[in-house]
Design a protein around this ligand. Sequence first.
Ligand code: FAD
Length: 341
Amino acid sequence: MLKLQKNYSLNDLNTFGFDALAESFIEIDSRDLLVEVVEYCQSNNLPLLILGGGSNLILSDQISGLVARMLNKGIEIISQQGDQLQLKVAAGEGWHDTVVYAMSQGYFGLENLALIPGTVGAAPMQNIGAYGVELKDRVAWVEVLDTQTHQFLSLSSLDCQFSYRDSLFKSVEPGRYIITDVVFNLTRDATQLNLEYLALKDTCEALAKGSSITPYHVFDAVCQLRRQKLPDPAIIGNVGSFFKNPRVSVVEYERLKAEFPALVGFADGEGYKLAAGWLIEACGWKGKQLGAVGVYEKQALVLVNHGKGDRRQIETLAEQIRESVQQRFGVLLEVEPRFYP
Ligand SMILES: Cc1cc2nc3c(=O)[nH]c(=O)nc-3n(C[C@H](O)[C@H](O)[C@H](O)COP(=O)(O)OP(=O)(O)OC[C@H]3O[C@@H](n4cnc5c(N)ncnc54)[C@H](O)[C@@H]3O)c2cc1C
């Protein structure tokens, strides 16, 4: 018999801080319980929302069906050879806590992804990325429950179809797989650093004061840069970047660059990725407020809840931003977080 909690408040379980009430709620700490929950929802025809830290979700005020929060724990080395090792981490572990744990043990590779909120289980969903590194660069495989067959599977990094802020789990077969564990390829070699982001390199050099840069400098620099730029959800509600950086063709990029010389874009495969924050700021949105929600004063890519905001207000604000960017630049912005339901 499942111990469901009825009319459960999710106000503290979504980083926007929106009022949201789940019809039923349960915490999941084992694979057996997960299977039971999936079978219960399927046999009663109930929608199931798998919840991590709620930092990439925009919730409605009433959520029907069952919300299941992943709280399974565990971190272990499952193989090692020379400097290389594979670290298996349960979905319910905190993402930043895992990065801190890995650093404390001298396992490197996750330092560029420090301070991203949320859980390990949600990280593959949108292939989290920051400062030149994406989750896919460090994933060996992902362990999941297939809700169609009720079997536990291991999906290779290739199977996961990772791409920019996207994966098999987010857009190809949303809802089919529930992630139970992630296995990372890490290294004890402290010289394999990713410093391709200029601001990161400069900050690391300042921290290292002339000595060689270590993964610990990278970790500290990433935390420092993120704290300067991003609002802490414990103080001001937000879900990080609200829009993806849009991709355009080389021809389109050159047309825009000729018209707007200050445009910020990066060569990316066969085209260019434009800085969505720059586009939004150029339309005059930075720091603007609309009712109880607004655009963060230090980073136009982040929408914030000043207190009593809700999903409807955020939808309205996001739509107005998208329209103005499209009108001015002819570029369509795509929302990054998931609206539920
Ligand atoms: C201040 C701030 C900064 C951020 N910075 C970044 C950044 O630099 N880079 C970046 O990529 N993201 C960033 N984000 C977004 C967010 O932190 C990540 O997307 C994170 O991985 C979401 O984790 P979560 O546990 O909170 O997921 P949730 O918001 O709880 O869930 C997100 C989605 O994943 C699903 N899900 C959760 N757990 C599982 C599971 N175990 N199995 C299957 N599905 C699951 C949910 O159903 C939902 O669809 C930021 C957010 C904030 C608030």
